[in-house]
Design a protein around this ligand. Structure first.
Ligand code: USQ
Length: 401
């Protein structure tokens, strides 16, 4: 049994991760300032699924399983002293860090949203690391990072797990091998904060010996896990709006609502994906296989499959009869890219991936069609544009809000 703090434990990944670790016998404390719920108020939208308030969720978990979860309402980016007090009193063996603003479109909405995302995410990460260092305890930090730190230009090689082997010619003329952090090429302010997080982890790892596992996660699809299915009050969040909805989840709701599937550009973008059940298993595998003392930051690619956006749209269309619309891309990104990713670390730890073709039907039936009456169609269109030119192009084509 380990004691584990889950920062951001009320969110789409954090909630099912907390439940999975609790069910595995670990003692969990959730730290969350409910920022994600407050952003729903700002955007005048809400989860497609009827999520319950945090304390009701935690009570439902105790009623269902007999397991208790502690809850601390702390803004990790702003309330350092309270964070340090919880780290000192709870005495965690591990901290799962998801206390960051995670939507690329939200981070690009305006200069306020850019500044909020940078300030929130970088201060949160630095505060967690500083608190662990100040506590003097040996705490393994597991961070949910993103595949997006590598960028989405065709690399012409399999993307390695975090580090790139490079050959350099030193002054003596000798050629030597180095391993460096893979050069980042983030495609949004949000992805840029996760790129900068890597430097913070590297610094505190070298300076303070903090053990860190950084999980470069792909796009998560799916909603429920074995644990969130145990009681209707435990249901997980599902975003479909233009800012927080991710591509496949958006397509599923769009199909159920009779809305054309919103493919940006011609859908040539290749991305990495992972099912939410595999996400929670990966985090458990990462925690239960901690790095050795003195080991450099461990980086795993947390993804299982790659798809082109148009392949996903065609798959959903073939299963539902939905129409596909090609819209001007609100983002600045390559129209087409190839992507091959090394994910051998998790496969080596025993991950047996859930394939998209297996889980998709359940998502269409149990989530998209069941809750489609809660979908506000006006929230589907993208209302964030990477540049003014992108906004003008979308408005000229009659797309976007
Ligand atoms: N896309 C469409 N139509 C839509 C929505 C998106 O064609 O209606 C396209 C986008 O242009 C993009 C791709 O689908 O090329 C993926 O977009 P997304 O919104 O599903 O994912 P992204 O913005 O990259 O962010 C999500 C999560 C983020 C995570 C990231 C992993 O919000 O937290 O870090 O996936 S990754 O993409 O691997 O960097």
């Amino acid at each position: 049994m380990m004691r584990i703090l889950c920062l951001g434990g009320d969110g789409f990944c954090g909630w099912p991760i907390s439940l999975h670790l609790s069910r595995a016998g670990h003692q969990i404390g959730i730290v969350d300032n409910l920022a994600r719920r407050k952003i729903d108020l700002e955007l005048e939208t809400e989860s497609l699924t009827p999520i319950r308030p945090i304390r009701e969720r935690i009570d439902a978990w105790r009623d269902t399983t007999g397991q208790s979860i502690d809850y601390f309402d702390i803004d990790v980016a702003e309330q350092y002293d309270r964070l340090l007090a919880v780290v000192t009193a709870f005495q965690p063996d591990a901290i799962v860090h998801l206390a960051e603003q995670r939507a690329a479109p939200y981070s690009m909405k305006s200069s306020w949203h850019k500044r909020y995302t940078v300030s929130n995410n970088l201060n949160a990460t630095n505060n967690v690391l500083a608190a662990v260092a100040e506590s003097g305890r040996d705490i393994h930090i597991v961070h949910i990072g993103t595949m997006g730190v590598y960028g989405y230009a065709t690399a012409g090689m399999t993307i390695p797990e975090g580090y790139l082997k490079v050959k350099v010619t030193v002054d003596s003329g000798e050629e030597i091998m180095h391993e460096i952090l893979y050069p980042t090429s983030p495609g949004s302010i949000y992805h840029m904060t996760k790129s900068q997080d890597q430097l913070l982890f590297s610094f505190y790892n070298r300076n303070d010996g903090i053990r860190v596992t950084d999980l470069h996660q792909g796009i998560v699809w799916g909603t429920q896990t074995a644990e969130t299915k145990l009681d209707s009050r435990l249901i997980n969040r599902f975003d479909y709006d233009g800012d927080f909805g991710t591509v496949l989840n958006r397509f599923l709701v769009q199909a159920a609502a009779g809305h054309p599937l919103t493919v940006y550009g011609n859908g040539g973008q290749t991305r990495a994906f992972i099912n939410i059940e595999d996400t929670v298993r990966c985090v458990r595998l990462a925690i239960e296989s901690a790095p050795r003392p003195g080991e450099r930051v461990r980086i795993f690619n947390q993804m299982t499959e790659t798809f082109r956006v148009r392949e996903l749209a065609e798959l959903v269309a073939s299963m539902t009869g939905a129409r596909i619309a090609e819209l001007p891309n609100p983002r600045v990104e390559a129209a087409e890219n190839e992507l091959k990713v090394d994910n051998s670390s998790f496969l080596g730890l025993g991950l047996d991936p859930i394939r998209l073709e297996v889980g998709l039907l359940e998502e269409i039936r149990d989530i998209a069609r069941t809750y489609v009456n809660r979908c506000h169609e006006g929230k589907i269109a993208c209302s964030s544009f990477w540049t003014e030119e992108r906004r003008r192009q979308s408005q000229a084509a009659g797309a976007g809000a």
